[in-house]
Design a protein around this ligand. Structure first.
Ligand code: HEC
Ligand code: HEC
Ligand code: HEC
Ligand code: HEC
Ligand code: HEC
Ligand code: HEC
Ligand code: HEC
Ligand code: HEC
Length: 618
């Protein structure tokens, strides 16, 4: 190349570099303008979690471990947890058989007298932690099947045992009673066996998936239901991500974002939201609510996008929320003082907490979605488990263990982690998914007030041998009298032992659970607990409560045995009365004096026990 040519070439190169530099500067200006421009994510496109993985490998992995991800899935070997190797479940005169077809597909066959056996394909799974339910497909509709798999206990059970419903009227084993199937609903086992067969399209779809849309045709009533992704994936919490993914294809934009850790308006980062808006995005699924207008919701789907005010389109359900003028319609889901007593009301509990009403407490103050143990999803900075540091970050005056001990009048460092803030301020009084959970309404434990609301109190959830009146008087002794009375006027019947036989079903459930958790008692007290639990396993009318009593018995007798095997493994909480009675009889014989027959007073209570015939589906 001649000198002149070389000169020209380097000139051209310089011009090119300059042009690139100008281009980059223009591009950077465009990028910062773009990053400064707020977006309305409503109507944005959804791309699915796999599209996010490319750039957010770690967040993908931490989400992938959670039960949120596996909430809804197509039925496949990787997702189906139940035993489909020909296992059977009998309930009254219905038999369900779970097996595989010739091509490996999952199926259930229901047989009942007078009807031809019905075999249906299982196409989807719902749940993976406590239990797994199954869906069948019929035309435009998915139906929840009447049989589910308990993951930990490794056994099949009828859905009638999962909710707070009593045994069908008449004999517990009688499958066919007055509760027929609703019009338009397919028949599997028939009668009350099918009581919890429910349509997925306009119910479950809302809380277990991304961008749910029932797409119900208002004229024909047909469904063309869609979700952006099955399960609770990235865009359920971060909003639609199509634009975010497209824009960040540009490396300069990625550098700009990474260099100044700035916000990207094309996606929602919950940690940049106000505490109220952050809670709203969880409350959409963790706070049962009622839509202002149902028809558009069913036709066009849930318009909520993370960052929205949840109150715009819907209102959380409260105890006195009217339904067609009926102010009692939802009352059964709450204690008499308005405290939620079912799961999926954590949002309501939070809104009732002074820490939220007068402070910045939100769901993600305690829970992390990308860290810690997937069971409970407690933030890693609290050691990934429930600890006092959850509270003392704000209540700093109680941060030292000495201060906590003085405040609580109990040893915070005692056996099994000791008595923690949540033991008194977030007691286990909430029923759901065959378990008893912590209340999310943070409040001062006041035994008299709890008893007046027919509610278990925090103190006697550990002091199970005592009454609420005792707890009120003890609290007055320990904390002084300004808040607590003498206990003299506390209504009777609210101690765990009394509640176990005479209380409403949620109180019975909480008591059955408490008896298996309460700190060690002496031998006679322990024998009374075991005797009472056996009584419940035998005579209680609600299978869900029998299940909890059975679990508590096993916790007391064999805390280390695996839940599916070992002590009392041949007892089935949903079996017919005679079968249950026989299993309990065998247990009594084995246990001898370590199970005391309940005192006559308890037997009398039991005889007089009134069920308020509470029935709560979900
Ligand atoms: C092409 C790469 C790319 C893809 C694909 C991608 N992101 Fe991002 N995302 C980024 C970059 C770069 C940032 C800014 C730096 C950071 O926070 O990692 C970011 C930031 C974020 C933030 C924080 C935003 C803020 O304002 O603080 C969230 C939340 C997020 N992404 C979620 C998602 C989700 C959900 C998906 C899938 C729908 C996704 N991303 C897909 C590149 C990508
Ligand atoms: C209002 C929102 C909402 C609706 C509607 C809803 N669920 Fe849930 N569901 C939840 C929440 C929240 C949990 C978690 C409860 C917990 O862990 O304490 C849950 C838990 C479950 C579980 C237990 C999961 C596990 O891994 O153990 C199953 C199974 C389930 N739901 C199935 C269904 C089915 C089937 C329907 C429809 C008939 C339905 N749900 C409707 C919010 C909802
Ligand atoms: C159940 C809700 C939920 C789901 C599902 C979820 N996230 Fe998150 N994510 C959060 C919350 C809340 C934060 C805020 C950080 C925090 O509180 O720890 C967050 C933070 C992030 C951030 C970091 C933003 C920052 O502060 O730097 C990224 C990136 C992210 N998520 C990506 C994803 C991706 C990718 C997926 C799916 C593979 C996903 N998330 C699924 C709730 C969720
Ligand atoms: C994000 C900060 C924050 C966290 C975390 C927090 N609180 Fe609070 N809490 C507050 C604020 C603010 C108030 C209201 C104080 C006031 O009214 O002066 C409050 C009030 C209370 C009260 C008073 C109740 C009443 O009826 O007056 C109790 C009890 C309480 N908190 C217990 C707890 C417990 C237990 C935890 C942990 C499980 C906790 N808090 C976590 C901020 C917080
Ligand atoms: C002050 C701390 C705190 C706040 C705030 C909080 N939680 Fe919790 N949450 C807990 C604790 C403690 C548990 C019990 C964990 C355990 O037993 O493993 C729990 C349990 C849960 C569970 C049940 C896990 C199970 O047993 O199945 C769900 C669901 C849940 N929280 C959701 C929420 C939602 C949604 C919000 C906001 C509306 C919220 N939480 C706010 C502390 C908190
Ligand atoms: C799209 C609905 C949806 C959203 C949004 C959602 N969740 Fe959940 N969450 C669920 C369901 C359903 C379950 C039950 C999963 C299971 O157990 O299989 C659950 C489970 C949980 C659990 C219990 C995990 C365990 O098994 O112990 C916690 C804690 C929790 N969610 C907190 C949150 C918080 C905090 C947010 C907001 C940042 C949030 N969730 C957002 C539906 C949702
Ligand atoms: C053994 C039960 C128990 C435990 C454990 C306990 N508290 Fe309390 N807490 C109480 C009682 C009772 C009161 C009401 C005291 C009063 O009115 O004098 C109270 C009151 C409070 C208040 C409100 C103070 C006020 O002046 O109204 C806060 C905040 C609080 N507790 C936080 C905590 C925190 C944080 C922890 C854990 C470090 C904790 N508590 C552990 C029983 C307990
Ligand atoms: C998590 C379980 C737990 C909770 C909740 C609890 N306690 Fe206790 N309590 C214990 C244990 C264990 C002891 C004995 C060891 C100790 O003093 O720490 C005890 C001891 C006591 C004692 C002294 C011994 C006795 O039996 O007379 C009193 C009084 C007492 N508690 C009252 C209360 C009151 C009132 C509340 C509610 C505000 C309460 N406790 C909540 C577990 C609990």
């Amino acid at each position: 190349m001649s000198r002149r040519a070389r000169l020209l070439a380097s000139l051209a190169a310089a011009v090119l570099v300059g042009a690139v530099a100008v281009g980059v500067r223009l591009e950077q200006r465009a990028i910062s303008a773009d990053l400064g421009r707020p977006r309305d994510l409503h109507g944005g496109g959804y791309v699915g979690s796999v599209a996010c993985r490319r750039c957010h490998e770690e967040h993908y992995a931490s989400w992938h471990r959670t039960f949120h991800r596996t909430m809804t899935a197509e039925a496949m070997p990787e997702t189906v947890l139940g035993d489909f190797s020909g296992a059977t479940l009998r309930r009254g005169n219905v038999t369900a058989r779970m097996d595989r077809d010739a091509r490996g597909g999952y199926q259930m066959t229901f047989t009942s007298p007078g009807a031809r056996p019905r075999t249906i394909d299982v196409v989807r799974t719902v749940g993976s932690r406590r239990y797994q339910q199954y869906l069948a497909h019929d035309g435009d509709t998915y139906w929840r099947l009447p049989v589910a798999w308990h993951v930990e206990e490794r056994r099949w059970f009828p859905m009638t045992s999962a909710f707070l419903f009593s045994d069908p009227s008449g004999e517990a084993g009688d499958a066919v009673d007055a509760v027929g199937t609703r019009p338009g609903q397919p028949v599997f086992g028939g009668g009350s066996f099918d009581r919890h067969v429910t349509r997925w399209n306009d119910n479950c779809v809302f809380c277990h998936n991304v961008a749910p849309n029932p797409a119900r045709d208002p004229q024909s009533g047909h469904f063309a239901t869609t979700v952006a992704e099955l399960g609770i994936a990235c865009e359920a919490c971060h909003g639609p991500g199509a634009e975010h993914v497209a824009r960040n294809g540009n490396p300069l934009r990625r550098w700009a974002l990474e260099a100044n850790a700035g916000a990207d308006p094309t996606i929602v980062n919950p940690s940049r939201l106000t505490p109220a808006r952050a809670a709203d995005l969880c409350g959409r699924c963790h706070g049962q609510r009622i839509a202002d207008q149902l028809a558009p919701l069913l036709e066009h789907g849930d318009p909520f996008v993370p960052g929205d005010d949840l109150a715009i389109e819907s209102a959380p359900l409260w105890r006195d929320t009217p339904l067609g003028g009926d102010r009692e319609a939802f009352a059964a889901r709450f204690w008499d003082d308005g405290t939620p007593r079912l799961t999926a009301y954590e949002y309501q509990g939070l809104l009732q907490s002074p820490c939220t009403m007068r402070g910045p407490l939100t769901c993600t103050s305690c829970h992390g979605m990308h860290e810690g143990d997937p069971r409970g999803q407690i933030r890693a900075r609290f050691g990934g488990r429930t600890s006092n540091t959850m509270c003392t970050g704000c209540h700093t005056e109680l941060a030292t263990s000495e201060a906590a001990r003085l405040h609580a009048h109990h040893d915070p460092g005692g056996e099994g982690g000791g008595i923690r803030c949540v033991s008194c301020h977030m007691p286990r009084i909430v029923y759901g998914v065959l378990d008893v959970h912590r209340s999310h309404r943070i409040e001062v434990p006041e035994p008299a007030r709890a008893a007046a609301a027919g509610r278990p109190d925090a103190c006697t959830s550990c002091h199970v041998e005592r009454t609420a009146a005792w707890a009120e008087a003890a609290a007055r002794r320990l904390w002084g009298g300004s808040r607590f009375g003498s206990g003299a006027h506390v209504p009777a019947g609210t101690s765990p032992f009394e509640a176990l036989f005479g209380g409403p079903p949620v109180a019975r459930a909480a008591a059955a659970d408490a008896l298996g958790r309460a700190p060690a008692a002496d031998a006679p007290a322990r024998a009374r607990r075991i005797g009472a639990l056996l009584d419940v396993m035998d005579l209680e009318r609600y299978p869900a409560v029998r299940h909890l009593a059975w679990r508590s018995l096993r916790r007391l007798m064999a805390p280390d045995a695996s839940p599916g095997a070992g002590f009392a493994a041949d007892y089935d909480p949903s079996a017919a009365p005679a079968e249950r009675g026989a299993a309990v009889g065998r247990l009594r014989a084995t246990l001898g004096e370590s199970a005391t027959a309940p005192a006559p007073a308890l037997a009398a209570l039991r005889a007089g026990a009134r069920d308020r015939d509470l029935e709560i589906g979900e």
